[in-house]
Design a protein around this ligand. Structure first.
Ligand SMILES: [Zn+2]
Ligand SMILES: [Zn+2]
Length: 361
């Protein structure tokens, strides 16, 4: 058993605190990871606010990289000393999706079976089955993806969640390719990553849409060719005008609201693709859309889970591109902070002042 410090959300809405936690030695199929860096994601804040479920207390943090310290029986894919990015979708290899050759949709992803606890024995619920705002965490070995150890953990840990979601929404789900036109609605961390992914895939026109001029600046730096301030312009008309009057081939909705989904639906070209990667709240409904428009405009309306990534395929490849200077992950790191500053980082994130605050351990 290991006694370490971790960031815990004890009850709904209460400020998070740094607590002593107990992490078991890895059992069969598990790995103990010494965390080096972990990004602060909106989902951590949603856990704290009770927006995910009520299984308090939560051990927060899920966008991380670190070094495998020990593995349990039967673990062969990773070994102590390996540099890994943690993923929250360890595919099972046996469910309906995995068997039909689409493991990125795996319906039975797994986590560690043993439980981390507070010092008094209270079981902790790790955020997305990871819990990486901690000096050490226990995960399923399949949640560890080995990558080039020369890469900076602060930068590549971000592939563990938000940046992968955005890159994958463009490349995997949206099928963005050379010469295509793309519009990205919402330019926080995920939207900016979708802009970067579209550029990487060779899109010729990349239109960034947001209400906040600072976010439009970030998007432009990461590859947007045009920007639309939704406070000043009609979003659908502006995207059509920038695409020869037609609309974009792919529109990525990175906000997760009915109004922006409706904009995405009408801002795409005939037979175009809408990708929903922003996460809606349970009370939201699909906006009213004439069924004749759903039929008549053709194309596809898709959702993107974690960028439809396959960590074992995508993480090492993206880390290589980062090492070659073709994927600017460093641009997402607005600040590095300590474990005790997560609560403050939530406020900074909520105000939209940063792309990512990253806890360094
Ligand atoms: Zn599966
Ligand atoms: Zn996340």
């Amino acid at each position: 058993m290991h006694e370490v410090q971790g960031v815990v959300a004890r009850s709904k809405g209460a400020p998070v605190t740094v607590e002593t936690i107990h992490v078991p030695d890895p059992g069969p199929g598990e790995a103990l990871v010494a965390v080096q860096a972990c990004g602060v994601c909106h989902t951590d804040l949603h856990y704290r606010e009770g927006g995910i479920n009520d299984d308090f207390p939560f051990l927060l943090g899920h966008e991380a990289a670190g070094i495998v310290e020990a593995v349990g029986d039967g673990v062969t894919d990773v070994a102590p000393g390996d540099f890994v990015i943690l993923n929250w979708r360890a595919v099972c290899g046996q469910c309906r999706a995995c068997l039909r050759g689409q493991p990125w949709y795996c319906f039975n992803t797994h986590n560690a079976t043993q439980t981390m606890t507070l010092a008094d024995g209270t079981p902790l619920s790790p955020a997305l089955g990871i819990g990486a705002f901690a000096e050490k965490t226990l995960v399923a070995a399949g949640q560890c993806t080995k990558v080039d150890p020369q890469a900076s953990p602060v930068a590549v840990g971000l592939l563990g969640c938000g940046v992968m979601a955005g890159l994958g929404a463009a490349i995997n789900t949206g099928g963005v390719g050379r010469g295509m036109s793309v519009a990205v609605i919402g330019c926080g961390g995920v939207g900016c990553a979708a802009v970067m992914g579209s550029r990487l895939a060779g899109a010729a026109t990349i239109i960034a849409v947001d209400l906040d001029p600072r976010k439009l600046d970030w998007a432009r730096r990461l590859g947007a060719t045009d920007t639309v301030n939704a406070r000043e312009q009609d979003v659908v008309a502006a995207i059509q005008e920038l695409t020869g009057g037609f609309g974009a081939d792919v529109v990525i909705e990175a906000v997760g609201r009915p109004e922006t989904y409706q904009q995405a639906f009408y801002a795409r070209d005939l037979a175009g693709t809408v990708v929903l990667v922003g996460v809606p709240t349970p009370d939201m409904k699909v906006p009213e859309l004439p069924l004749i428009d759903v039929f008549g405009r053709g194309g596809s309306l898709k959702s993107s889970w974690y960028g439809d990534c396959l960590p074992s395929r995508d993480f090492p490849m993206l880390v290589d591109l980062y090492r070659q200077g073709r994927l600017d992950l460093d641009a997402f790191v607005s600040e590095t902070i300590g474990l005790g500053e997560v609560e403050r980082a939530f406020e900074t994130m909520h105000r939209g002042d940063v792309l990512r605050s990253v806890v360094v351990l």
